[in-house]
Design a protein around this ligand. Structure first.
Ligand SMILES: [Zn+2]
Length: 293
């Protein structure tokens, strides 16, 4: 009877794999040990329900991948027919307290899935810099506003295929600052918080793609300097800034680890380092949540 049982199990597994494959669903690798209660714990970003963090919201079983939105913004939904999960990037500017997403099912029904955002007090950094780099000239301000509008259009991308993996490789080796979310005050004036991770590295250090992705945008921007945006699919993007060289063009498909440019100090940077940003559903979130703990 033992062999019958195992044959049945194999059949069931094959049917499940065929079902998932046939529907074109995202199947994340199983981390495999019996001690791991969730099949997802090793491959998904860590959950941290604070501004700048990620909420992982279970949507339950469904035959096809549910469609979910935060306001008008489409969300990345991963998992399989057994249990779908919406991964929600929480903006640094989000108010702590109750929040919700909207989930549509194929029969047209809509429901809200509630969650809560806990307060997080990021530390504050007081900086004294040349007044010219805080109070921009009208020309610099106009340039920055143009660039910001263009970047908002570019980063609204929600493309297919969805990412096949969600654990990222750090783009350059080096000492990583924990400065994500830092509230920066320049010459006594509050400015936007630090929305990425800074990694110490010398000018010329090769930068590798953290996940497979398509080059979405390249450019030389006022604050960010030479910048590359990668589109990993499903509203998950990453950006690298202050580069000394860009080795890719818009539309190039990169594999994890493939070189895209080199570290530099272009734009408003105090010295050579890599600024790495990760965006999920148009919110900049802490890149550290995507790295193995
Ligand atoms: Zn930075």
């Amino acid at each position: 009877m033992g062999s019958l049982v195992s044959a049945e199990q194999v059949l069931r597994l094959n049917r499940r794999a065929a079902l998932l494959g046939g529907l074109g669903l995202l199947v994340l690798p199983n981390t495999g040990t019996a001690a791991t209660p969730s099949h997802s714990s090793g491959v998904w970003p860590r959950q941290l329900q604070v501004p700048g963090g990620i909420a992982r919201l279970s949507l339950g079983p469904a035959a096809v991948r549910p469609v979910a939105h935060a306001g008008e913004v489409p969300l990345l939904v991963v998992g399989d027919v057994i249990d779908w999960t919406a991964l929600v990037g929480v903006a640094l500017a989000a108010e702590p307290g109750p929040a919700s997403i909207t989930v549509q099912t194929p029969d047209g029904a809509q429901r809200q899935v509630a969650y809560s955002v806990a307060a997080k007090r990021y530390s504050e950094q007081q900086l004294r810099v040349s007044p010219r780099s805080v109070d921009l000239s009208p020309e610099d301000l106009a340039r920055h506003e143009r660039e910001r509008a263009q970047q908002q259009v570019v980063t609204a991308s929600f493309s297919q295929p969805l990412p096949a993996a969600l654990r990222m490789q750090v783009p350059v080796p080096g000492r990583r600052s924990s400065s994500f979310g830092l509230r920066r005050v320049f010459n006594g004036q509050a400015r936007s918080p630090h929305s990425g991770m800074d990694i110490a590295a010398a000018t010329g250090t090769p930068i590798a793609a953290p996940l497979p992705g398509r080059v979405l945008d390249t450019g030389d921007y006022f604050f960010n300097g030479q910048t590359v945006w990668l589109d990993h699919g499903g509203g998950l993007l990453s950006m690298v800034c202050h580069l000394s060289a860009i080795d890719v063009q818009v539309g190039d498909m990169l594999a994890t680890g493939q070189r895209l440019g080199a570290v530099g100090a272009t734009g408003r940077a105090t010295g050579p380092h890599l600024h790495w940003g990760v965006m999920l559903n148009r919110a900049m979130v802490d890149p550290a949540l995507f790295l193995a703990a």
